[in-house]
Design a protein around this ligand. Sequence first.
Ligand code: PEP
Length: 243
Amino acid sequence: MAIRLPLVVANWKLNGDSQLLTEMVNNIQQLDADNVEAVLCPPFVYLNEDTQDVKKGAQTIAIQDSGAFTGEISGRMLRDVGCQYVIVGHSERRSLFNETNEIVAKKVLSTLAAGLIPIICIGETDEQRENGETTAVITEQVKAVLDVLPNYSDSIVFAYEPVWAIGTGKTATGDQAEEIHAMIRKTLAGYSQELADLTRILYGGSVKAENSEELFSKENIDGGLIGGASLDVEAFRNICKNA
Ligand code: PEP
C-alpha cells in the first residue's frame, strides 16, 4: 500500500485579510512536514504574499491561459506567485457560478497544464442523498474528470464534500464518509491502480478540531478541506495536528 501524506487545505472563501494570513503562517509553519502538508487558499489578492514554508493554493482558476477574459486569473499567473494547488469545482462554484462537470474537467486540465495540483471537489446535495443518488452523482463527477486526463501519473487530489455538510454544522460520520471515500478509490482503481493508491481523497464539510480525529482515522480519508474552521488559527492548527 502506497503512503499518502495527509493533506489539510484551508479554503477561506471570501474571508480573511493579510493580518490573518501572517498569523496563520506564523502558527502553522512549525507543523511537522513529515506528518502533514498544510495548504492555505486565501482570496486571490493575498496569494502574492510571502507565506514562507507554508504552501499556497487558489480557490478557482480560469480555463484560458491568457487573453480578453476580464477578471480571470490563469494557472500561469498562479504559478508565477508561488501557488502549488488550485481548488476546482467547489460546490459554491458549481451552484453559484454554474460550473458544470464539463467546466470542472476543463479547469482541471488548465491546472495541470500550469504544473499545479487540482483539488477536485465532488459531493451530493441533500436532495440527491434523499433520492438515493449519492453514488451515481459522485461517480459521474469523478468520471467527468478522469475521462479527460491525458495520463494518470499527474498528481491530483479529490475532496469529497457532501453539500449538505458544507457550512451547516452537520458532518458526515466517519463511517458515512469512509464508505464514499472507499467507493471513490474503487472508481479510481478502474482507471489505474497506481492512481488509486497515490491519490489523496480529502473530506470536507463542517470539519472542526473536535471531529477531525475520528474522520482522519479512517483508511481512505487522507486529510480535509476546511472552510469555517480554517479562519481560526488555533482550530486550524489542531485540525492539521490530527491529520
Ligand atoms: C468548504 O468550504 O469547503 C467547507 C468544507 O466549508 P465548512 O468547513 O465551513 O463546512
